[in-house]
Design a protein around this ligand. Structure first.
Ligand code: TXA
Ligand code: MG
Length: 339
């Protein structure tokens, strides 16, 4: 299969891109597209044959459910048997559209393959204008996981998507690098207190402002059996090179690098930190360590960059567990896990 790279460089090209991409979605094909978090691999969520192709292309196991993307509240209503008031609160507070997916009781006609047989469906209303226009012109909700090979690092550019999936999908829309850089927060709204199943672009602090109290499921799973938060595998979001996490201080990083000078290291170096110039180190300039939003945005770029160098290990300092730092740490802990 030839994978079309669809550009967004002029008004005319944009029109053509949306015409082709929406036609592909309507006819059951696979189109990767940017969202504000990461690139998604989309198919018509109501067409189970189209959705099956997503699992094939990614080599994703069928027990891992997909998020369904909508462009409006009306479309969200068609996917769920109940849309709780909590959704209105997220809309009112400006957190939706945005990097959050909500679990709602599934409407009957949503194919089981989308939810891995569960009775809840994850629905997300992205804020990215390209994602929204694609859904709108397609006229159907779009099921989309991150557009990477299963278990690999999520893509934040069209080039990342092609690296993983060229030849296995019909098209990718190139909308440039994504803004947030880590995936959406998955929030269960079917529980009496909203429950975070996966930390992401919308922070716990932001949700507490809306709901007062929110719960968190701390679940790292090794298995594939049905889980409260399926797909939250311990090893996930992982580059091919071994990742080693260290305490988030400049001193700890320098010590780590000097520990063994016989191996090549890749290093996520905060731009406000310094390390001695060393031959055995390949540096990824991560951004100011205090600017956790920038660290999130550049996280997957850095993993892919260092993975493409002949380094034995990638060393990464852990940002503090506040705000979007929680999501960064979650992804890093999974990336570093080895069996
Ligand atoms: O930001 C994002 O969420 C990106 C963009 C493309 O929207 N998508 C994404 O999808 O990260 P994916 O498939 O890589 O991760 C979706 C995760 C699943 O692994 C699972 O943990 C959770 O969302 N999920 C989806 N449907 C669920 C369900 N019915 N019940 C529980 N968890 C669910
Ligand atoms: Mg993923």
């Amino acid at each position: 299969m030839v994978t079309l790279l669809l550009g967004m460089n002029s008004k005319q090209e944009q029109e053509q891109t949306f015409a082709i991409a929406s036609e592909f979605i309507k006819s059951g094909k696979l189109v990767a597209f940017p969202t504000e978090t990461v690139y998604g691999l989309g198919a018509n969520a109501l067409d189970k044959h189209a959705v099956a192709k997503i699992f094939e292309a990614k080599k994703r196991p069928h027990w891992d459910p997909l998020i369904v993307h909508v462009d409006s509240l009306e479309m969200m209503y068609t996917l769920a048997s109940i849309v709780p008031y909590a959704v209105d609160m997220l809309l009112d507070q400006g957190l939706m559209p945005g990097p959050i997916s909500v679990l709602l009781p599934k409407a009957k006609h949503v194919p089981d393959i989308v939810t891995a047989g569960l009775d809840k469906v994850a629905v997300r209303m992205p804020s990215n204008p390209i994602a929204r226009e694609l859904i709108k012109q397609s006229g159907v909700p779009i099921a989309a996981p991150s557009a990477n090979r299963f278990m690999h690092t999520s893509p934040t550019t069209a080039a990342h998507v092609l690296n993983d999936l060229e030849g296995s999908i019909d098209a990718v829309i190139d909308g440039g690098p994504t803004d947030v850089g880590v995936e959406s927060t998955v929030l269960d709204l079917t529980t009496s207190i909203p429950t975070i199943l996966r930390p992401g672009g919308i922070t716990r602090e932001q949700l507490e402002e809306v709901f007062g109290k929110v719960n968190t499921v701390e679940k790292f799973s090794e298995g594939n059996e049905s889980q409260a938060s399926p797909g939250q595998l311990l090893r996930h979001y992982a580059p091919e090179t071994q990742v080693e996490l260290i305490e988030g201080t400049e001193t700890a990083l320098v010590e780590k690098i000097l520990e063994d000078v016989s191996q090549m290291y890749g290093v996520f170096l905060p731009s406000n930190w310094g390390i001695p110039p060393l031959d055995h180190v390949v540096v990824f300039d991560w951004g100011n360590f205090e600017d956790t939003e920038l660290l999130a945005k550049r996280l997957y770029e850095g993993l892919r960059f260092l993975e493409s160098h002949p380094v034995a290990k990638i060393i990464i300092p852990l940002p503090p567990a506040t705000g979007i730092g929680v999501a960064i740490r979650d992804r890093l802990i999974r990336a570093a896990h080895t069996y």
